[in-house]
Design a protein. Sequence first.
Length: 91
Amino acid sequence: MTKADVIARIASQTGLTKTDVRAVVEGFLDSVKYALKKDDPLEIRGFGTFFMVKRAPRTARNPRTGDEVKIPARPQPVFKPSREMKKSVTE
């Protein structure tokens, strides 16, 4: 499902125009990005939590040459679904 599919589905369910729904969806996504950029977890009750974790540095291998490649530590966005979300998806 793409962002356009989500917008079309919400517009058909609510009766709002696709333009209005697009503005709301993009505003929500910008809010998620802003919170993660500030390292502030974003919790949506009944859905899940978006937060940042720090990935440790590691050594990998280039599959073509076999050379070692150092991968530095970096922040990684993570989503953890709520119990309600897990239950509704697995039923």
